[in-house]
Design a protein around this ligand. Structure first.
Ligand SMILES: [Zn+2]
Ligand SMILES: [Zn+2]
Length: 319
């Protein structure tokens, strides 16, 4: 099969012809129909996350079908032990022994992928393969971040890419108002944010017209933590949604005072996946999707790096 392979961190992916994987006990072999590109893929490829499987096929927003025609979504959480303190308390996202698709397990930048059936998700029939792919991480980890942000009405989203444009639709449906923050001067993305329901959009350094009840940081920039804290009302939360972030600079305690909080969101549970995929068609969430052939995975990653994406990029094998 054709696959885009990471041979060493910091190097571009290489297109390889490799043997079709075979499914072990409890696993399914899926022909990949679509695989979304995530900011996390870039952290893996750049070597910002420790100890990836090597060589590695990245990609963890996979929609695939079995030979007998059953369609599944393969998300980031590819396996959890089921026995540790986290797994037995409903927090398999924090499992000490978890394995992750496209990081410690081969993922979907390929024609075929093998996945543990217990961790596959049912894809809502209302979505075609390409439009379903971004729901599997951008959507569902974004949704987990939204839940952990609390019930506040005024929601700030820092970084308006694949995840934020989905979260904004859910937040608006829940009756919240969304304030979008982009790279300074990125008027194209600010207009895109307004199209997807933001009541206000501006540069990340700007103060929003009102205090925020919560802010979700999608941009992996630690300097945004004190910036977002400064924009929060008392009792508000800053939620860091990414797996990696540059260092957070020192800031005065008064920014945290007033019961403000800062927290991260790690991975997903299968319950998150089922809950979000049940919700998405009711909103309905519509991801803006641009497709690229699998062989252009490096171009796709470069565009995510530079922010030259409106919505979500999805790789399609055989296109
Ligand atoms: Zn566990
Ligand atoms: Zn992801």
């Amino acid at each position: 099969m054709r696959a885009m392979v990471l041979e060493a961190p910091g190097r571009p992916l290489v297109e390889r012809e490799s043997p079709e994987p075979s499914a072990g006990p409890g696993q399914v072999l899926l022909r990949v129909r679509a695989c979304g590109v995530c900011r996390t893929d870039l952290h893996v490829v750049d070597g910002e996350l420790p100890d990836p499987k090597l060589p590695l096929v990245p990609g963890h927003q996979v929609v695939g079908v079995t030979r007998d025609g059953r369609r599944f979504g393969v998300p980031w959480l590819g396996w959890a032990c089921g026995e540790c303190r986290y797994c037995t308390s409903g927090r398999e996202n924090l499992c000490d022994f978890a394995r992750f698709t496209g990081y410690t397990l081969d993922g979907g930048y390929a024609e075929w992928v093998v996945a543990d059936l217990r961790f596959c998700l049912a894809v809502p029939p209302a979505y075609d393969d390409v439009r379903a792919a971004p729901l599997l991480c951008a959507g569902l980890i974004g949704y987990r971040a939204l839940r952990l942000a609390g019930d506040g009405e005024r929601l700030g989203l820092y970084g308006f890419g694949s995840s934020a444009h989905i979260v904004a639709q859910v937040a608006r449906w829940q009756g919240r108002r969304v304030f979008a923050f982009t790279r300074p001067g990125d008027e194209g993305t600010q207009a895109f944010a307004r199209q997807h329901g933001a009541v206000w959009a501006g540069g990340s350094g700007e103060r929003p017209p009102e205090e925020l009840d919560a802010a979700i940081l999608f941009a992996p920039a630690g300097e945004l933590v004190p910036v977002a804290l400064r924009a929060l009302a008392k009792g508000g939360a800053v939620v860091a949604a990414g797996i990696h972030m540059s260092d957070i600079p020192a800031f005065p305690y008064e920014l945290l005072w007033g019961e403000r909080s800062v927290r991260s969101v790690a991975n997903l549970t299968r319950a998150d996946g089922r809950e979000f995929l049940e919700l998405a068609p009711r909103v309905p969430v519509r991801a803006e999707v641009e497709t690229l052939p699998l062989s252009q995975a490096n171009d796709a990653l470069a565009r995510v790096r530079s922010g030259r994406v409106r919505g979500s990029l999805v790789l399609v094998p055989g296109s």
